[in-house]
Write a protein that binds this ligand. Structure first.
Ligand code: CAA
Length: 282
Protein backbone atom coordinates (compact mmCIF):
# COMPACT_ATOMS: atom_id res chain seq x y z
CA UNK A 1 0.00 0.00 0.00
CA UNK A 2 1.45 3.38 -0.99
CA UNK A 3 0.63 6.18 1.40
CA UNK A 4 1.23 9.57 -0.15
CA UNK A 5 -1.39 11.82 1.35
CA UNK A 6 -1.85 12.11 5.11
CA UNK A 7 -5.07 13.56 6.51
CA UNK A 8 -4.22 15.15 9.84
CA UNK A 9 -6.98 16.31 12.17
CA UNK A 10 -6.13 18.85 14.84
CA UNK A 11 -3.63 21.70 14.48
CA UNK A 12 -2.69 21.97 18.16
CA UNK A 13 0.77 21.34 19.57
CA UNK A 14 0.89 17.69 18.53
CA UNK A 15 -0.82 18.18 15.16
CA UNK A 16 1.72 20.83 14.29
CA UNK A 17 4.71 18.64 15.13
CA UNK A 18 3.23 15.58 13.42
CA UNK A 19 2.41 17.55 10.25
CA UNK A 20 6.00 18.75 10.23
CA UNK A 21 7.35 15.20 10.70
CA UNK A 22 5.33 13.79 7.78
CA UNK A 23 6.03 16.78 5.50
CA UNK A 24 9.76 16.60 6.26
CA UNK A 25 9.65 12.97 5.12
CA UNK A 26 8.10 14.04 1.81
CA UNK A 27 4.46 13.21 2.51
CA UNK A 28 1.68 15.54 1.50
CA UNK A 29 -0.32 16.59 4.55
CA UNK A 30 -3.88 17.92 4.58
CA UNK A 31 -3.97 19.70 7.91
CA UNK A 32 -7.56 20.11 9.10
CA UNK A 33 -8.99 21.94 12.08
CA UNK A 34 -12.42 23.41 12.70
CA UNK A 35 -11.10 26.83 11.76
CA UNK A 36 -8.66 27.35 8.91
CA UNK A 37 -6.91 30.04 11.01
CA UNK A 38 -5.78 27.36 13.52
CA UNK A 39 -4.05 25.53 10.66
CA UNK A 40 -2.58 28.73 9.26
CA UNK A 41 -1.17 29.52 12.70
CA UNK A 42 0.40 26.05 12.96
CA UNK A 43 1.92 26.36 9.50
CA UNK A 44 3.27 29.77 10.36
CA UNK A 45 4.92 28.43 13.51
CA UNK A 46 6.53 25.57 11.57
CA UNK A 47 7.80 28.07 8.99
CA UNK A 48 9.26 30.39 11.62
CA UNK A 49 11.00 27.56 13.43
CA UNK A 50 12.49 26.23 10.20
CA UNK A 51 13.56 29.72 9.17
CA UNK A 52 15.58 29.98 12.39
CA UNK A 53 17.09 26.54 11.81
CA UNK A 54 18.07 27.56 8.27
CA UNK A 55 19.67 30.77 9.51
CA UNK A 56 21.67 28.81 12.09
CA UNK A 57 22.72 26.35 9.40
CA UNK A 58 21.12 23.42 11.24
CA UNK A 59 19.10 22.45 8.17
CA UNK A 60 19.99 23.03 4.47
CA UNK A 61 18.67 26.17 2.76
CA UNK A 62 15.30 25.50 1.14
CA UNK A 63 14.10 23.12 3.88
CA UNK A 64 11.46 25.56 5.09
CA UNK A 65 9.97 26.01 1.62
CA UNK A 66 10.06 22.25 0.97
CA UNK A 67 8.34 21.34 4.26
CA UNK A 68 5.78 24.14 4.28
CA UNK A 69 4.74 23.53 0.66
CA UNK A 70 3.78 19.95 1.57
CA UNK A 71 1.22 21.04 4.18
CA UNK A 72 -2.19 22.16 2.96
CA UNK A 73 -4.18 23.89 5.70
CA UNK A 74 -7.96 23.60 5.61
CA UNK A 75 -11.03 24.27 7.68
CA UNK A 76 -13.16 22.02 5.43
CA UNK A 77 -13.69 18.48 6.68
CA UNK A 78 -14.50 17.22 3.15
CA UNK A 79 -10.95 18.07 2.05
CA UNK A 80 -9.85 14.94 3.94
CA UNK A 81 -11.82 12.74 1.53
CA UNK A 82 -8.90 11.60 -0.64
CA UNK A 83 -6.42 11.01 2.19
CA UNK A 84 -4.57 7.66 2.11
CA UNK A 85 -4.06 7.57 5.87
CA UNK A 86 -5.44 9.51 8.83
CA UNK A 87 -3.73 10.73 11.97
CA UNK A 88 -6.24 12.13 14.42
CA UNK A 89 -5.13 14.48 17.17
CA UNK A 90 -8.28 16.38 18.01
CA UNK A 91 -9.35 17.44 21.50
CA UNK A 92 -9.11 14.63 24.08
CA UNK A 93 -12.83 14.29 24.70
CA UNK A 94 -14.87 11.19 23.86
CA UNK A 95 -17.87 13.13 22.54
CA UNK A 96 -15.63 15.08 20.17
CA UNK A 97 -13.92 11.84 19.05
CA UNK A 98 -17.29 10.15 18.48
CA UNK A 99 -18.45 12.94 16.21
CA UNK A 100 -15.15 13.02 14.30
CA UNK A 101 -14.87 9.22 13.84
CA UNK A 102 -18.45 8.85 12.68
CA UNK A 103 -17.95 11.54 10.05
CA UNK A 104 -14.53 10.22 9.01
CA UNK A 105 -15.89 6.71 8.59
CA UNK A 106 -18.57 8.00 6.22
CA UNK A 107 -16.15 10.23 4.28
CA UNK A 108 -13.01 8.15 3.74
CA UNK A 109 -12.24 5.44 1.20
CA UNK A 110 -13.05 2.09 2.86
CA UNK A 111 -9.42 0.90 2.91
CA UNK A 112 -8.08 3.95 4.75
CA UNK A 113 -6.56 3.41 8.19
CA UNK A 114 -7.46 5.87 10.95
CA UNK A 115 -4.76 6.27 13.58
CA UNK A 116 -5.24 8.20 16.78
CA UNK A 117 -2.58 10.07 18.70
CA UNK A 118 -4.67 9.90 21.86
CA UNK A 119 -2.68 9.68 25.05
CA UNK A 120 -5.58 9.30 27.44
CA UNK A 121 -8.66 7.75 25.85
CA UNK A 122 -9.40 4.04 25.21
CA UNK A 123 -8.74 3.27 21.53
CA UNK A 124 -11.06 0.23 21.65
CA UNK A 125 -13.96 2.58 22.40
CA UNK A 126 -12.90 5.04 19.67
CA UNK A 127 -12.66 2.20 17.10
CA UNK A 128 -16.18 1.07 17.95
CA UNK A 129 -17.55 4.38 16.61
CA UNK A 130 -16.62 3.18 13.10
CA UNK A 131 -17.52 0.32 10.78
CA UNK A 132 -13.78 -0.19 10.13
CA UNK A 133 -12.67 -0.96 13.69
CA UNK A 134 -9.97 -3.32 12.34
CA UNK A 135 -8.41 -0.27 10.66
CA UNK A 136 -8.31 1.90 13.79
CA UNK A 137 -5.04 1.96 15.69
CA UNK A 138 -3.02 4.07 18.12
CA UNK A 139 -0.07 5.98 16.68
CA UNK A 140 1.36 7.88 19.60
CA UNK A 141 3.92 10.61 18.93
CA UNK A 142 5.94 12.56 21.48
CA UNK A 143 6.33 16.28 21.89
CA UNK A 144 8.05 17.88 20.00
CA UNK A 145 6.85 15.39 17.40
CA UNK A 146 9.14 16.66 14.65
CA UNK A 147 12.14 15.83 16.87
CA UNK A 148 11.29 12.87 19.09
CA UNK A 149 12.11 9.58 17.37
CA UNK A 150 9.61 7.29 19.07
CA UNK A 151 6.18 6.21 17.90
CA UNK A 152 4.17 3.87 20.12
CA UNK A 153 2.02 1.66 17.87
CA UNK A 154 -0.98 0.51 19.86
CA UNK A 155 -3.43 -2.13 18.66
CA UNK A 156 -6.84 -1.96 20.28
CA UNK A 157 -8.98 -5.05 20.67
CA UNK A 158 -10.25 -4.83 17.08
CA UNK A 159 -7.05 -3.80 15.20
CA UNK A 160 -5.89 -6.23 12.48
CA UNK A 161 -2.30 -7.41 11.97
CA UNK A 162 -2.38 -5.88 8.48
CA UNK A 163 -3.17 -2.46 9.96
CA UNK A 164 -0.36 -2.82 12.48
CA UNK A 165 2.09 -3.70 9.73
CA UNK A 166 1.13 -0.58 7.74
CA UNK A 167 1.51 1.76 10.72
CA UNK A 168 4.80 0.19 11.74
CA UNK A 169 6.21 0.54 8.21
CA UNK A 170 4.92 4.11 7.86
CA UNK A 171 6.52 5.12 11.18
CA UNK A 172 9.86 3.78 9.98
CA UNK A 173 9.40 5.46 6.58
CA UNK A 174 9.20 8.89 8.25
CA UNK A 175 12.34 8.21 10.28
CA UNK A 176 10.71 7.22 13.57
CA UNK A 177 11.33 4.12 15.64
CA UNK A 178 8.08 2.26 16.27
CA UNK A 179 7.50 0.15 19.36
CA UNK A 180 4.43 -2.03 19.68
CA UNK A 181 2.53 -1.68 22.96
CA UNK A 182 -0.72 -3.36 23.96
CA UNK A 183 -3.55 -1.04 24.91
CA UNK A 184 -3.21 -0.13 28.56
CA UNK A 185 -3.52 3.22 30.34
CA UNK A 186 -0.54 5.46 29.50
CA UNK A 187 1.03 2.83 27.22
CA UNK A 188 4.76 2.77 28.13
CA UNK A 189 6.15 6.29 28.03
CA UNK A 190 3.30 8.18 29.67
CA UNK A 191 2.86 5.52 32.34
CA UNK A 192 6.41 6.23 33.47
CA UNK A 193 6.89 9.88 32.48
CA UNK A 194 3.63 11.55 33.50
CA UNK A 195 3.60 10.23 37.09
CA UNK A 196 7.13 11.68 37.31
CA UNK A 197 5.81 15.06 36.12
CA UNK A 198 2.98 14.71 38.65
CA UNK A 199 5.47 13.94 41.41
CA UNK A 200 7.49 17.05 40.48
CA UNK A 201 4.31 19.10 40.82
CA UNK A 202 3.55 17.51 44.20
CA UNK A 203 7.07 18.20 45.47
CA UNK A 204 6.55 21.85 44.54
CA UNK A 205 3.12 21.83 46.23
CA UNK A 206 4.75 20.50 49.40
CA UNK A 207 7.24 23.37 49.13
CA UNK A 208 10.23 21.03 49.34
CA UNK A 209 12.18 22.84 46.61
CA UNK A 210 11.67 25.62 44.08
CA UNK A 211 10.42 24.81 40.58
CA UNK A 212 13.82 25.67 39.12
CA UNK A 213 15.63 23.48 41.66
CA UNK A 214 13.31 20.52 41.08
CA UNK A 215 14.14 20.71 37.39
CA UNK A 216 17.87 21.21 37.97
CA UNK A 217 17.84 18.20 40.30
CA UNK A 218 16.38 15.90 37.65
CA UNK A 219 18.55 17.28 34.85
CA UNK A 220 21.82 16.98 36.75
CA UNK A 221 20.90 14.11 39.04
CA UNK A 222 19.17 11.86 36.55
CA UNK A 223 20.42 13.11 33.18
CA UNK A 224 16.99 14.23 31.97
CA UNK A 225 17.13 16.62 28.99
CA UNK A 226 14.43 18.72 30.68
CA UNK A 227 13.19 18.87 34.25
CA UNK A 228 9.70 17.47 35.01
CA UNK A 229 8.10 20.91 35.40
CA UNK A 230 9.60 22.35 32.22
CA UNK A 231 8.45 19.15 30.51
CA UNK A 232 4.94 19.64 31.89
CA UNK A 233 4.95 23.14 30.40
CA UNK A 234 6.00 21.66 27.04
CA UNK A 235 3.37 18.91 27.07
CA UNK A 236 0.61 21.04 28.66
CA UNK A 237 -0.70 20.71 32.21
CA UNK A 238 -4.13 19.81 30.78
CA UNK A 239 -2.65 16.86 28.89
CA UNK A 240 -0.60 15.73 31.90
CA UNK A 241 -3.71 15.90 34.10
CA UNK A 242 -5.79 13.99 31.54
CA UNK A 243 -3.15 11.23 31.52
CA UNK A 244 -3.08 11.10 35.35
CA UNK A 245 -6.88 10.94 35.46
CA UNK A 246 -6.80 8.04 32.98
CA UNK A 247 -4.14 6.17 34.94
CA UNK A 248 -6.09 6.74 38.17
CA UNK A 249 -9.55 6.10 36.72
CA UNK A 250 -8.63 2.97 34.73
CA UNK A 251 -6.60 1.28 37.47
CA UNK A 252 -8.25 2.70 40.60
CA UNK A 253 -4.76 2.71 42.05
CA UNK A 254 -4.22 5.68 44.42
CA UNK A 255 -0.54 5.85 43.47
CA UNK A 256 -1.72 7.65 40.31
CA UNK A 257 -3.80 10.36 42.01
CA UNK A 258 -3.19 13.76 40.39
CA UNK A 259 -1.25 16.36 42.32
CA UNK A 260 -3.39 19.16 43.79
CA UNK A 261 -1.14 21.79 42.23
CA UNK A 262 -1.43 20.21 38.77
CA UNK A 263 -5.22 20.41 39.06
CA UNK A 264 -5.02 24.02 40.22
CA UNK A 265 -2.74 24.97 37.31
CA UNK A 266 -5.32 23.58 34.88
CA UNK A 267 -8.17 25.39 36.65
CA UNK A 268 -6.19 28.64 36.43
CA UNK A 269 -5.50 28.10 32.73
CA UNK A 270 -1.75 27.99 33.43
CA UNK A 271 -1.17 25.19 30.94
CA UNK A 272 2.44 25.90 30.00
CA UNK A 273 4.08 27.22 26.86
CA UNK A 274 0.86 27.26 24.88
CA UNK A 275 -0.78 29.75 27.28
CA UNK A 276 2.40 31.70 28.10
CA UNK A 277 2.42 30.54 31.72
CA UNK A 278 2.72 27.24 33.48
CA UNK A 279 5.20 26.32 36.17
CA UNK A 280 7.38 28.91 34.44
CA UNK A 281 6.67 32.12 32.54
CA UNK A 282 7.08 32.25 28.71
N1 CAA B 1 9.17 22.47 18.84
C1 CAA B 1 9.79 22.16 17.69
N2 CAA B 1 11.11 21.87 17.59
C2 CAA B 1 11.84 21.95 18.73
C3 CAA B 1 11.27 22.30 19.97
C4 CAA B 1 9.86 22.57 19.99
N3 CAA B 1 9.23 22.90 21.11
N4 CAA B 1 12.24 22.30 20.91
C5 CAA B 1 13.38 21.97 20.27
N5 CAA B 1 13.15 21.74 18.98
C6 CAA B 1 14.08 21.31 17.99
C7 CAA B 1 15.10 22.33 17.62
O1 CAA B 1 14.65 23.17 16.59
C8 CAA B 1 16.26 21.43 17.19
O2 CAA B 1 16.06 20.95 15.88
P1 CAA B 1 17.19 21.08 14.76
O3 CAA B 1 18.47 20.52 15.36
O4 CAA B 1 16.67 20.30 13.61
O5 CAA B 1 17.27 22.54 14.48
C9 CAA B 1 16.15 20.20 18.07
O6 CAA B 1 14.83 20.24 18.57
C10 CAA B 1 17.11 20.23 19.20
O7 CAA B 1 16.92 21.46 19.82
P2 CAA B 1 17.96 22.12 20.81
O8 CAA B 1 19.33 21.58 20.51
O9 CAA B 1 17.79 23.58 20.85
O10 CAA B 1 17.35 21.70 22.15
P3 CAA B 1 17.71 20.57 23.14
O11 CAA B 1 18.98 19.86 22.85
O12 CAA B 1 17.52 21.25 24.42
O13 CAA B 1 16.54 19.50 22.88
C11 CAA B 1 14.41 18.60 23.24
C12 CAA B 1 15.21 19.86 22.96
C13 CAA B 1 14.55 17.64 22.07
C14 CAA B 1 12.95 19.04 23.36
C15 CAA B 1 14.94 17.94 24.56
O14 CAA B 1 14.95 18.88 25.60
C16 CAA B 1 14.13 16.75 24.99
O15 CAA B 1 14.29 15.64 24.52
N6 CAA B 1 13.20 16.96 25.99
C17 CAA B 1 12.32 15.94 26.47
C18 CAA B 1 11.10 15.84 25.60
C19 CAA B 1 10.16 14.76 26.05
O16 CAA B 1 10.32 14.07 27.05
N7 CAA B 1 9.07 14.60 25.28
C20 CAA B 1 8.03 13.66 25.58
C21 CAA B 1 6.91 14.35 26.27
S1 CAA B 1 5.60 13.25 26.66
C22 CAA B 1 4.61 13.29 25.31
O17 CAA B 1 4.78 14.03 24.40
C23 CAA B 1 3.49 12.30 25.27
C24 CAA B 1 2.20 12.69 25.83
O18 CAA B 1 1.20 12.21 25.33
C25 CAA B 1 2.03 13.55 27.03
Amino acid sequence: MTIKKIGLLGAGTMGQGIAWAFAAAGKEVILYDIKQEFCDRALNAIGKSLEKSEQKGRVPAGTKAAVVSKIIPTGKFEDLADADFIVECVFENMDVKKDVYTRLDALLKPEVIISTNTSSLPITEIAAFTKRADKVVGMHFFNPANVMKLVEVIPCLQTSEATLDVVTALSAEIGKTPVRVKEGPGFVVNRILVPAINEGSQILYENLATAADIDTAMKLGAGWPMGPLELCDLVGADIALAVMNTLYGETGDPKYRPSTLLKQQVRAGWLGRKTGKGFFQY
